[in-house]
Design a protein. Structure first.
Length: 241
């Protein structure tokens, strides 16, 4: 019982780490929450002996890519995706993907992220504009200035997101180079808006209370298990004397 409770405590601590990171990024634009998938672990020794004792573990974390709330900002260079997909940006070591469309124009005229990464167009080149002219962005991601198209945002989608991993709070990198991104269907680009984090503050608070209560219960189970073991040892000692 003590070992099983200790395993439960460890899985709760891992859940608490994920939840703390989610809560820290509750106000981060485009952030996608980390969730956990639980499983039961059975040691090889227990399998060989026919024992059915198992222990709870966090088998693996997964990324919740559900749509976050979209809010109006009034900034013409803020864009949000309604639907699946990611904005493609030129990272320091290759293409990165993000749902955070809080862009601005750099001194060289390139459209960049808050971290200075160039936003990619469908041709693979950086999106470049004139700072002196207003920019209009259509729902398919086409940018125009003075009625002339100047590029189209590259929106990438993946048939499977299992090969995506987080790099920093707002970026994703592709782990499997054989999986090629494609343009999403039914996704629209909304100018003057930003997608907020899909980490609900109220939901996180409820989950925090739940985890802490489970942690306290498991702590009591460990204490009870230790007391039972201590009592058993003392009783054996009395019989032996």
């Amino acid at each position: 019982m003590t070992a099983m409770a200790a395993s439960g405590l460890r899985s709760r601590m891992e859940s608490l780490d994920l939840l703390a990171n989610n809560m820290a990024n509750a106000s981060t634009g485009g952030y996608k929450a980390d969730r956990e998938f639980y499983s039961l672990y059975t040691a090889p020794e227990a399998q060989d002996s026919g024992s059915s004792s198992t222990m709870p573990v966090v088998q693996q974390p997964w990324i919740d890519l559900s749509q976050g709330p979209i809010t109006n900002t009034g900034n013409s260079l803020d864009v949000a995706l309604s639907g699946q997909g990611f904005f493609s940006v030129a990272g320091p070591n290759g293409t990165l993907y993000t749902r955070n469309g809080g862009f601005h124009l750099a001194a060289n005229g390139q459209l960049v992220t808050a971290d200075g990464y160039s936003v990619r167009s469908v041709t693979g080149t950086p999106v470049t504009a004139q700072s002196s002219l207003p920019i209009d962005i259509s729902q398919d991601g086409t940018l125009t200035q003075a009625g002339q198209p100047i590029g189209q945002l590259e929106i990438a989608d993946f048939t499977s997101t299992a090969g995506l991993a987080k790099q920093g709070g707002n970026y994703f990198r592709q782990l499997d180079p054989t999986v090629k991104p494609a343009a999403p269907t039914g996704t629209t680009v909304e100018q003057g808006k930003l997608e907020a984090s899909n980490t609900g503050t109220a939901e996180s608070a409820v989950r925090l209370v739940t985890i802490m209560r489970q942690f306290e219960m498991l702590q009591k189970a460990v204490t009870i298990g230790n007391d039972m073991s201590k009592e058993a040892i003392e009783q054996v000692a009395k019989v032996g004397s």
